[in-house]
Design a protein around this ligand. Sequence first.
Ligand SMILES: Nc1ncnc2c1ncn2[C@@H]1O[C@H](COP(=O)(O)OP(=O)(O)OP(=O)(O)O)[C@@H](O)[C@H]1O
Ligand SMILES: Cc1ncsc1CCO
Length: 424
Amino acid sequence: MDKSKVDYSVYLVTDSTPAILGTKDLVRVVEAAVRGGVSIVQYRDKHSDRQTAVQTARKLLEVTRRFGVPLLVNDRVDVAVEVGCEGVHIGQDDMAYEEARKLLGPDKIIGVTASSVDEALAACKAGADYLGLGTVYATPTAAPQKSLDGIAVVSALVAADDPAAAARDLLAKVVTGRVPDVLRAVAETTPLSHNMTNLVVQNFAANVALAVGASPIMANYAEEAADLAKLGGALVINMGTVTPDGLKNHIQAIQAYNAAGGPVVLDPVGNTSSSIVQRGVDSSSTLSIPQRAALAKSVSRSTGAVVVLTGKTDIVSDGVRTLRIDNGHEYLGRVTGTGCTLGTTLSAMVAAFRGKSPLVAAVAGLVMYEIAAERASVRDDVRGPGTFVPAFLDELSALREETVRGDVKWLAGAKVEAVEVEEE
Ligand SMILES: Nc1ncnc2c1ncn2[C@@H]1O[C@H](COP(=O)(O)OP(=O)(O)OP(=O)(O)O)[C@@H](O)[C@H]1O
Ligand SMILES: Cc1ncsc1CCO
């Protein structure tokens, strides 16, 4: 497991005490919670003897591996070493970071609890992969300086009657809560959105990129891609009006972005070729939402890419977590190129959120795009798809401005839900 890709959004800390777990089986509770959307699990057990702890950790590891999420063990580094899980979480009174690192090697995750600024700085300096901070809550006068990567919960899941539903609910809330971080990152970095897109949407896509806060360039000649790829942006490959020459340019440009580690958004426009971020497959499909969710998850698993399937309901999956977004307006389906320019929007989000979560970035792009459409559709000056387009650009731009000045009331309208997909 590549520890730089770990998603801390919904972090489950187990508790086997009867007051929290009741008479339930811990492994089943964890399985349900992971099925619902938990992205990382910490097995925390202060009371069991070593042999029991090793046995339980093995059972938990079997579950977490099946779902592709990491398992950490609290405190008991020897247990983590013995079962070969993804790492440990240590407190200030536990084994020292350096000693744990020696036992676990460089690739395992080591998280450290910090209860003061000094402890946090020391843990970061030592090389901790993440910090666990005590009870944290923002107040109107003390907003956190750094946004959080996720929340750790114990009883909200372990004591829940339906841990899967509780995990789904938390996942949707945490992902939605991170949307402003993504939009602010776009505003702060003005990422390059390098579009190799179809002939129909060039101008519209460039204007959408500007409205969401990106810097567009429509450059179809692949010789330029190696230089452009170094500018920290993302590439959109849209195959809407592709030609044999265009295809060669696309491949060369993708290689340039891969070499530079830059994100690529692939929009096959109705094609079903393998993809990096894919959309449009469903536009005229009759698949049910569970079928589309299963398709998105399986394409994501096989490509390693986040997959987006658009339509009235959009599906986003990173192969582990799958979400649906039910915002938008039918005008989006009556204007050409709204799928294509969504790809441009996504490129801005994944570029600005590079190294963080592409799933969260994709959700942010979808939510912003579709709430802008909803707001435009109810404006007095909008009487049909023609007047909708300029109003839509205005609303995209307004959402960006509101978010940058800290007004995120609009996000209350986000309809994001986690979807459970049966294991194959
Ligand atoms: N009836 C609808 N209600 C709400 N949102 C919609 C509707 N139809 C499309 N959308 C939204 O419009 C955006 C574009 O999706 P759509 O599936 O229409 O793309 P497309 O058909 O591939 O577009 P393109 O014209 O670029 O080929 C998505 O954000 C999607 O959610
Ligand atoms: C109409 C059209 N034809 C090729 S690409 C495109 C834009 C919507 O996909």
